[in-house]
Design a binder for this molecule. Sequence first.
Ligand code: COA
Length: 202
Amino acid sequence: MSIPRRLSDAAGMFAPLIGAGPGLGTLVAEVALRPVEDSDLDALFEQMRDPESVWMAAFTVEDPDDRTAFDVHMAKVRTSPEVTTRAVTADGRLVGSVASFVIEGNTEVTYWIDRSFWGQGFAGRALALLLESVPVRPLFARVASDNVRSLKVLQKAGFAITGTEISFANGRNMEIEETILRLDEPAKTAPSDVSSRERRTY
Ligand SMILES: CC(C)(COP(=O)(O)OP(=O)(O)OC[C@H]1O[C@@H](n2cnc3c(N)ncnc32)[C@H](O)[C@@H]1OP(=O)(O)O)[C@@H](O)C(=O)NCCC(=O)NCCS
């Protein structure tokens, strides 16, 4: 799946978002979801063409530098009834995106966090929030088998591995193994640092 600006350019201006990692109990940024706004698009575009991120995600658009194609794609996913696309914010600052979309009759999830914000639990909390707002089950996800971070995020949310496939990955210009995961359970309770205020934001 795929959707999101070079937050990293702006990130240098940002104060630290957290003082301790997720689960450590203090100073955890408030993660929320909201509809994508026009003013998010520059940042989401830059974020989604970051080479390291593209390599990790692997199953990306053909040309992550094609702004016209990005704008066409975003206009489509922001209006399609089969797609739920949300901006991910941490303490009100845009840090990424998360989405569900229908492909070949199955609903899949995907997410993308700006590289400058990795490792702070934002993907995990964003996915938990999305799973509360998208009641469809089963839900599916497809991940490059070496994308360990993403596999952890999905498995922590309750997704189980159902198989693997070899597919062509635009982000690496080669065939690689992808892992297919499935979620049958209702949403788990959102992590304790996700407040009820946040859950009302989308
Ligand atoms: C994958 C991605 C969304 C993860 O975002 P994130 O906000 O850093 O994820 P989280 O912090 O919520 O969780 C990452 C998990 O990976 C673990 N992790 C962090 N660094 C790691 C590393 N180098 N190797 C293995 N695991 C690592 C973290 O400990 C965490 O697991 P835990 O919750 O059990 O502690 C982010 O790296 C990204 O956007 N990548 C590019 C796009 C992409 O790959 N999207 C997914 C397509 S399927």
